[in-house]
Design a protein around this ligand. Structure first.
Ligand code: HH2
Length: 292
């Protein structure tokens, strides 16, 4: 079944999502991210990787200056700004795809938007600071509302959720209402169930298998399975070796209605996404006639 087409506002751009899957390429300007920590921890290398991510076929670039892995050291505000802002500034006029800022901090998001970012990727889903919604409204930026159980410091001590799908849906309903109250249009929002964020191994698999449960909100769904530990638990592979496992999760997500996939291995996932999209979008009536 083809995916639902939804409109997404990213500042001056208004895009139709759903005809094909969007790829969000990950750029972590951090020394300690779980799968690529330290790799792009200099402005020159980060800028070069950003341009490469675009050339490899990403539709959006997600820049983050603070690792969210469990137990990661919180990054002070000024340090997070120092990591990401020079990269966004140096990309102005050079990168054609929109930039998303992966932060939960109001000041970082504001400075990133001022420097040219057009999406806020809030892994706390407005729980840390609702003013991120005010910012999205003010700049007409897109807002990713992700579900997380607890914070990176606490998420692995929480008892499992009795009903993870219900818990995520309740959070989406709450956060969409809060965003609306701060002046964010529904067309500016994207929903993300937050794979790995305080979820059990089975929760992660269930979320992917039942991703279509979140279609009821009528908003694009983003998922970030890339190199995550539930894949390592199945394959026994280290983070950088989880490319094929990530590919399987990406295909499953696309077939359950994901509009955007957040990945590190953009070049490889571009082919994965293209093939999955072609299968998803084939029309039965024309299948026997065309392209023999
Ligand atoms: N996952 C990570 C970070 N940000 N944002 C969204 N919307 N969805 C996700 O699943 C998501 C996210 C964690 O991955 P990564 O950025 O590679 O690691 P780290 O947080 O250690 O930098």
């Amino acid at each position: 079944m083809p995916r639902r087409i939804t409109r997404l506002i990213l500042r001056e751009r208004v895009l139709e999502l759903g005809a094909r899957t969007w790829i969000m390429g990950v750029l972590n300007v951090t020394p300690d991210s779980f799968s690529d920590g330290g790799e792009f921890f200099s402005w020159e290398r980060a800028v070069a990787r950003a341009l490469e991510i675009e050339a490899e076929g990403a539709d959006i670039l997600d820049i983050g200056g603070e690792s969210t892995r469990p137990g990661a050291t919180p990054v002070p505000l000024e340090e997070e700004k120092r990591r990401v802002l020079p990269v966004i500034e140096r990309l102005q006029g050079r990168l054609r795809i929109p930039i998303s800022i992966d932060t939960t901090k109001y000041e970082v998001a504001r400075a990133a938007l001022q420097a040219g970012a057009s999406m806020i990727n809030d892994v706390s889903g407005l729980r840390r600071d609702e003013r991120l919604a005010e910012l999205a409204a003010e700049f007409h930026a897109a807002l990713v509302i992700m579900h997380s159980r607890g914070t990176p410091e606490t998420m692995h001590q929480l008892p499992p959720s009795p009903d993870i799908l219900r818990e995520i849906a309740d959070h989406f309903a709450w956060a969409l209402a809060r965003a609306r109250a701060h002046g964010v249009l529904p067309e500016q929002t994207v929903l993300d169930p937050g794979l790995g964020f305080g979820k059990t191994f089975e929760d992660n698999l269930l979320i992917l298998n039942r991703l279509d449960a979140f279609a009821e909100f009528g908003r694009p769904v983003l998922v970030g399975p890339s190199r995550k530990s539930f894949i390592g638990r199945i394959t026994g592979m280290e983070p950088r070796e989880r490319v094929f496992g990530t590919a399987a999760a990406v295909v499953a997500a696309i077939f359950r209605g994901a509009h955007i996939v957040r990945v590190h291995d953009v070049r490889q996932m571009r082919d994965v996404v293209r093939v999955a999209d072609a299968i998803l979008n084939v029309e039965e009536a024309s299948a026997s006639q065309k392209g023999k």
